[in-house]
Structure formats: C-alpha cells, structure tokens
Design a protein around this ligand. Structure first.
Ligand code: SF4
Length: 393
C-alpha cells in the first residue's frame, strides 16, 4: 500500500486515484462497498495519519469495528484532527467504555424484539432490521451493540417469522426497514422483501432508514428507483449531519429519489464537535431544502455506551432551535427530539414561549425574546385534565 497519495498534499483530501479507482469504478456502489476501509492497516494509505494514531484507532476498532467508503473518506479534511466528518467515522479512544458509560441498549430494543430482527415498541409501528452492514459505521450509532453480533439472518425461515408476525398484528400500519443499512442489500433482495411486506393489506406505510445518500450516494441507481416505484409509497429517512455532506453526488441521489416519488426526510443527530452550533445546523437545513430533503428531526444523541463524547446538554438543542426561529424559513427548522430510555418513546422539546396569562390575555415570547400579548379565544371546551391545557391555564 502506498504512503504517497496521488493528490496534492496541500489540499489534505484523498481523491479517487489515491484508491487506484477509475472514474467508472468510483461511481459504482458495488466498488465503493467492497473497497470500504475497514482495517487499521488500510489507513496506512492516508499519509497524514501518524503511526501512533493508527495504533490508537486499532485499539478502539478491536472493541467497536469500523468501515468507511472511499467516497466518504474523500470528503474528510485530514489537516484538521477535529474535522467534523472525520469525527463521525474514525474510531476515537473516547469510545472505550468506562465504568460510568451509558447502556448498550438504552431504548430496550432487545426486550421489544418480537420476531427475529423485528422490534415492536409503539402500537402501530415496527422496525425490521434487515442487515447489520452499513456503508459507514458511524461512531455515534445507537445500535453499536449490533456490530459484533451475528446478523439477524436473511434466510426464508427468519423472513417467514417476520411476515407471519406482521400478518397477525393488524394494528401495525407502518414498517420501518432499518439495520444496519437496508440499502446495502442487493436490488433483488430488496425487491423480494418489499414485495412480501406490500402484500400485507393493513401495512400502509413503508419507510427505509438509510445513510446511503450521505455515505454511498452511488447506491441510488435507476434500477433501485424502479423498485421503489413498483412498491411505493415508500418514504426514505436519512441522516445528514453536516453541511459538507451535501455534495453534488448526494444532491443527485436525493433528486433521483424524489423524482421516483420517494420523499426524503432527514434526521440529524446533534453531535458535540460536529454540528453543535446554530450556524452549522442553519447551513445544513438550508442546504437540505435546496436538494428537496426535509429537515425533519434534530435528534439528541442517545445515552449509548461509547458515545458519551458526542453528547450535548439538552439546552444546546433548544438553543439551536431558538437560533433558527425567525432567522430562516420555518421549513428549515427541524423538531428537537429526545428518545426517552426504556418505554418512554420520543418527546419533542422547544423553547418555552408561554410567559403568563391574565384572563383571556396570554403573554408569549417570540424568537427574539420579546413578549407580546395574544387574545386567547377561549378554553371552556378544553379538557382540564390535559397537560396542554394545564400549561396554558
Ligand atoms: S448508517 Fe445508521 S445504522 Fe449504520 S452505523 Fe450509521 S447510524 Fe448506525
């Protein structure tokens, strides 16, 4: 493996030629996937990484494996040890679990697993884990525990159990295919899975959770889009975390998805040292709208063991949301979500706009901190037991 990149050292970025890839190979997702960098020895081709750093990465990777597509590696600026893209995919000694680490499964997914790889936490929705493989292993992933476990299996016996469970549970109307990344499966495999689930009459919504538009946008091909068209409506939920991830390749991938009728929603994870600034989230959300992706959630990073260094205090998310209000279009303001451990579910947090009430007059605070009075049209028809009414009473 060479220590000399073909690209100019001055730009501190890798290019296709540094991986020995032709333009045609670089643009094929199969090439990107099979050439993922996943062993510390592979990192020796990055001339800006020192030996002692590779050794540190190696020690972490023995606990939590890593894998990154050449494409995503080429977006990293190697002259910055705190580069926000690098922080998301290169193992960090801070991941090594300590005595006070969080849980490996804070959302209790294991105890909600009702069939192989099928998680049923909410009455009308289920998650089906299709694979444990991803284009990149994000260091902040809340399913890090799965990376070392045997995959749920892709055989007929497993899928028969999943389909049987879905058929028997008529209350389920929404299926989220997740993992791992479902879009690392082949077209034929996806076609088969989508076809079987689509035959179940009470399943109304099919969602796919995938970071492929960010980490391996070459995967969004015309043939994949035809499969989505055949089994639609399908919604795609992705995870852009930083404005620099919105590249021409990612834009093209999202555009292809929206053209074939797949709405793309984005769930950003709020990460210390990656995007915990108003300006960064504002630029990200505006960029997403430009490529027709809806900035849907800003997610508090879950208390997962090995991700503590990414977690921000709750006020940070509220502060960012307040900074967005009034300074950008409402479409570019995501909801700030916290997934409560155990059976708690998701809650949406926002800056408290309610100040006080005097009779029918309510005093509300706007994004600039100014207080205005508002005439409340009445509350006699509201249920006094409701939390919403109590907050405004
Ligand atoms: S792509 Fe998704 S599932 Fe895979 S490591 Fe990243 S966050 Fe986790």
């Amino acid at each position: 493996m060479t220590r000399q990149p073909a690209s100019s050292a001055a730009c501190f970025r890798l290019e296709p030629a540094d991986f020995g890839a032709s333009a045609a190979e670089w643009n094929r997702w199969e090439w990107q996937f099979t050439h993922r960098i996943h062993r510390p020895v592979d990192l020796e081709r990055i001339p800006w990484l020192m030996r002692d750093e590779i050794d540190r990465i190696d020690r972490v990777a023995r606990i939590y494996p890593f894998a990154v597509t050449p494409y995503f590696l080429s977006l990293i600026r190697w002259d910055d040890p705190e580069d926000p893209l690098r922080r998301q995919v290169i193992p960090n000694p801070a991941e090594t679990p300590s005595a006070d680490s969080g849980s490996l499964d804070p959302l209790c997914e294991k105890s909600h697993t009702e069939a192989p790889g099928l998680i049923h936490r909410y009455r009308d929705r289920v998650v089906v884990l299709t694979t444990h493989r991803c284009a990149v292993y994000c260091r902040h992933c809340f399913r890090k525990r799965l990376w070392k476990e045997p995959p749920p299996g892709d055989d007929a016996i497993r899928w028969n159990k999943v389909i049987d469970y879905l058929e028997r549970h008529e209350e389920v109307r929404d299926v989220l295919l997740s993992g791992g990344d479902p879009l690392t499966l082949t077209d034929d495999r996806l076609d088969e899975i989508l076809c079987r689930i689509r035959r179940i009459r009470h399943i109304e919504i099919l969602r796919i959770g995938s970071r492929v538009p960010v980490a391996m946008p070459q995967r969004i091909t015309p043939s994949l889009c035809r499969i989505f068209e055949d089994h639609g409506p399908i919604w795609l939920v992705t995870q852009f975390n930083h404005p620099r991830e919105i590249t021409p390749e990612a834009a093209r991938a999202c555009e292809q998805l929206t053209r074939c009728g797949v709405p793309v929603n984005n769930q950003t994870v709020l990460l210390r040292g990656v995007n915990d600034q108003v300006d960064s989230i504002r630029e990200l959300c505006r960029g997403l709208l430009r490529i027709r992706v809806r900035p849907y959630y800003l997610h508090q990073c879950d208390p997962v063991s090995g991700t503590e260094h990414f977690r921000t205090p709750l006020y940070k998310g509220i502060e960012i949301l307040s900074g967005l209000q009034g300074t950008t279009s409402g479409l570019a303001v995501p909801r700030f979500m916290v997934d409560l451990p155990g059976r708690g579910g998701k809650v949406s947090l926002q800056a408290d706009s309610f100040v006080s009430r005097q009779g029918s007059r309510v005093f509300l605070r706007n994004h600039a901190g100014e207080v205005f009075s508002y005439e409340d049209p009445g509350r006699e028809d509201l249920d006094p037991g409701s939390g919403v009414v109590r907050a405004f009473a």
